[in-house]
Design a protein around this ligand. Sequence first.
Ligand SMILES: [Zn+2]
Length: 318
Amino acid sequence: MPQLPLTSYFGQGITAVDTGYVRPRLDASHVILRDGHAAFVDTGTTHSVPDLLQGLRGAGATPEQVDYVFLTHIHLDHAGGAGELVKHLPDAKVVVHPRGAGHLVHPEKLVEGTKAVYGEQEFGRLYGEIPGIPAERIVQTEDGMTVRLGESELELIHTPGHALHHYCIVDPDSESVFTGDTFGISYRIFDSAKGPFIFPATTPVHFDPEQAHASLDRIMSYRPKSVFLTHYSRVGNPELLVKDMHRELDEYVRIAHRCADAGMERLEKMKQQMHAHLVKRVREHGCKLDQATVDLWLEMDVDLNAKGLSVWLDRKKA
Ligand SMILES: [Zn+2]
């Protein structure tokens, strides 16, 4: 299977730039360039900034041409790089959901929360320093607002489910939607003759299955021909993939309920069942990778997804 290059052009001024987060082709930023005006969609981490600036030049734009940095949500693999990036973009505004805006100005709580999930040392390796963003550079989204980029008009829609601070960017010119984590995760390494392999991201602490289903429907109401995921970049045929997403959300909820009363074992049991389920699906999808590689690519998401389901179970009970 030929590997996607680290910078890929998809037409309509859209370029995917690998952020280098964890390993190649796991976390993408996208540059949209329209009529001499540029925007980033998601930023990876502080460590990603040199690659983002190089990708911007590769896309044919200068830092001065960047009007917007769209952050689909403030999880740090999407927004961690924004503070460092905007130091290099003299005219760019950072566009963020109102629930996330305060955390970008004062990132201490966000950093603390992420350290609680990953540990101090791993945090430094993955994310580095997170500078705050001056409040005057931040634009807060409203559901359904439009933003002009050159002659293009992008619509921002609030899409809770993965996170309450999540929005997606509808781009009529490319007939696509930039979905952050709302349309799940689809690593190009699992592509097969059957097409992309996709699964939901049920990360702590806001995951909510009902909202996640509704947000998928909202995205599909625009009838996109493709969706751009942060993990990882463009997938076509969303009307087919959305069926996988709805079915898998239901399956995750079943796994959560099955393990709900397992006490101290709950998280471990959920991880085991989710891992077994995903491995079975990957194999049915025709993936011929060795087991260690499959496990490597599923490990982090299984861990985060199980934790997110566990938090959801506790919230539901409270
Ligand atoms: Zn996320």
